[in-house]
Design a protein around this ligand. Structure first.
Ligand SMILES: Nc1ncnc2c1ncn2[C@@H]1O[C@H](COP(=O)(O)OP(=O)(O)O)[C@@H](O)[C@H]1O
Ligand SMILES: [Mg+2]
Length: 165
C-alpha cells in the first residue's frame, strides 16, 4: 500500500500544513471538490484536537499523520503521544467538550464521523490518542454527474463508459 507519513510539532501554525498535505495526497483519487473538502475538514478537526487537547498542561509534543491509498480508499491516521482520553465513548458524543470555558463546540469528533466513510478512536490515558478515518472516493449516486476537482472530466453513472473525458 502506498503510504506517506508526516510528523510535525503540535502547533496551530501546522494545522493548515497538515490539511494541505492530506489534500495533496488525495489528488491521486481524482476527488470531487466535496470529497476534498470533507477530508480537509476532518483532518483539520483531528489535528486541532492534538494541538488544543493532547498536550494541555504538559510539554508540547508531535502530531503524526499517516495517509495510505488502498485502491480508491484513503486511510488516514492522526495520532499524538499526549494525555489521552479517559472515556472515548463520552468524548465522541456531540457537544461533549472538556474546554467549555474556551467555547469549543464539542463537535470535532461528530464532524469527522459525518464527513468520512469510517472513523475510530483509540486512546490510552497518559500515552496518547490515535484517530483513524477512511474515505471512499468516486461513488456517484446513480444518474448523477461526478465533477472532479481537477476539472474537465465528468463521469455519469449510467452503467456505461464514462462520457466526455
Ligand atoms: N487528541 C486528543 N487528546 C486528548 N483529548 C482529546 C483529544 N481529542 C479530543 N479530546 C477530548 O475529546 C473532547 C471532544 O473533542 P471534540 O469533539 O473535537 O470537541 P472539542 O475539541 O470542541 O472539545 C475534547 O473536549 C477533549 O476532552
Ligand atoms: Mg475538537
Amino acid at each position: 500500500m502506498n503510504k506517506v507519513t508526516v510528523i510535525f510539532p503540535a502547533t496551530s501554525e501546522n494545522e493548515p500544513f497538515a490539511r494541505s498535505v492530506a489534500a495533496a495526497f488525495c489528488m491521486r483519487f481524482d476527488p470531487t471538490l466535496d470529497e476534498l473538502s470533507d477530508v480537509k475538514t476532518a483532518v483539520s478537526e483531528a489535528v486541532t484536537n492534538c494541538i488544543v487537547h493532547a498536550y494541555a498542561g504538559m510539554e508540547r509534543g508531535d502530531v503524526r499523520m499517516e495517509c495510505a491509498a488502498d485502491g480508491s480508499t484513503l486511510h488516514i491516521t492522526i495520532s499524538d503521544s499526549g494525555r489521552g482520553i479517559a472515556d472515548v465513548a463520552r468524548a465522541v458524543e456531540p457537544f461533549f467538550t472538556t474546554l467549555e470555558e474556551e467555547e469549543r463546540s464539542g463537535m470535532g469528533f461528530t464532524i469527522m464521523q459525518t464527513f468520512m466513510t469510517a472513523f475510530s478512536v483509540e486512546s490510552r490515558p497518559g500515552e496518547g490518542t490515535a484517530v483513524t478515518m477512511t474515505k471512499r472516493f468516486g461513488a456517484p449516486a446513480r444518474g448523477e454527474e461526478r465533477r472532479t476537482a481537477a476539472g474537465g472530466c465528468t463521469d455519469r453513472n449510467e452503467g456505461a463508459a464514462p462520457a466526455g473525458c
